[in-house]
Design a protein around this ligand. Sequence first.
Ligand code: MN
Length: 400
Amino acid sequence: MTGWLDLPADTGFGLGNLPYGVFSTAGTRPRTGVAIGGSVLDLHGVTGDDAHATGSLNAFMARGPEAWGALRSDLTEWLTDAAHRERVEPHLVPQGEVTMHLPVEVADYVDFYSSRHHAENLGRMFRPDSAALTPNWKHLPIGYHGRSGTVRVSGTPVVRPSGQRKAPTDDAPTFGPSQRLDIEAEVGFVVGTPSDLGRPVPLGAFPEHVFGVCLVNDWSARDLQSWEYVPLGPFLGKSFLTSVSPWVVPLAALDEARVAPPARDPKPLPYLDDTGSEPWGLDIAIEVHLNGELISCPPFDLMYWTPAQQLAHMTVNGASLRTGDLYASGTVSGPRPDQRGSFIELSWGGEEPLRLADGSTRTFLEDGDVVTLTATAPGAGGRRISLGEVTGRIEPASAR
Ligand code: MN
C-alpha cells in the first residue's frame, strides 16, 4: 500500500501502523498526533475534533472500537488518496520538531508475571530450595497493582531510588540508594472501553476493550524488592517510576503479528481457556540497548499467558475497567541467555557480570547508564511495524 506520501520502504511507521501519541511543538499545547514516516499528523488540526485536543488519548479511546476503526480507515484514505493531499499535508509536523508527552492519563496500572522463562529464572534465584514456578503459576496469570501516578513517558530521568535494603547475610536493614537497580522489558496494553463493576470481561471481548499496545520499562530496585516483597508483593522497589513509549500502536495494526501461544499444560480453567478461539499470542521482537549496545532480544511470542487471558483474569472477580487502565505483560525473557529481559537475569543475580563491547562489565545499572527498549512486529505486505522506543537515563539518588 503506497500513498501520496513518499515513505521509505523500511519505515516502521508506515500506513500499516498509524500509532497514536500526544505531542507539542514549541509554544503549543499537547494534542493528539499519529506517527507517519518521519512526521506526526496533527489529528486535532486535520479533524477539528476536540477529543484530540485534550492532551491525552483517553477521550478518543473511550468511544470504543467502532470509532477507532472509522478513524483508522479515514486516516488510511487521507494518507493514500492524492485527492486529500492539499487538505492533510499542512497538518504534518516533522518528528524532529515535536516533544512527546505521556499518551494516556493512566487510570489503574497492573503488572503481570507471564513469561515462563522469567518466572523460572527468578524462582531459581529467589527461592533456590523450592520449585522454580510457584504452584499457582500455570493456573492463573499472576499480577499486582502498581502505582499509576508514576507511569511516565519515555525520556523521563530515572532517579535512583533509596530505601531499605537487607541482604540475607545482613543482621539488620540499612537505608540508602538502591545498589541493584534494574530494568524489566515489557509490553503494555491500554484499555479504551470501560466495563461495568460486577461484569467480568470474557476472553473474546479483548479487542472491544483494549485500544492498543506500547512498550514498558518497569524499573525495579531488586534490593528494596527482595526485602519488602514477602508476603504482599512488589511495592517501593517498583513504584518510583515506570516508563512507557510515547506511541500507542492500535490493536488493528497487529493483525499480522498474531501467533499461537505456547501449549499450556495443565489446561487452564474455562474462563482462561483460549484453545477454542483465535488466541492472542503476539510476535513482537524486543531489543534491549545499554548505552547504545544491543544486549538482549526478548521474544514476546513465547509468553505463556496472552493479554486476552490477562484481561479476562483481571476482571473475573467483577473488577471494572476504566478508560486509561494500563496493564503490562511482565518481564519478557526467552530460554537463551541473550533473550533475558532484566539485568538480574542477564547477570544471574549479580554473580555473572555481563561483558560489554568496550571490555567493561555490568551487573546492575550505574549512574549515567542509558537503557532503551525498542520493538518491531510483522505488519501488512511483509513489512515490519515499529513500537517505537522507551528510554531512560539513570540519575544519582537525590540528596536527603
Ligand atoms: Mn514488571
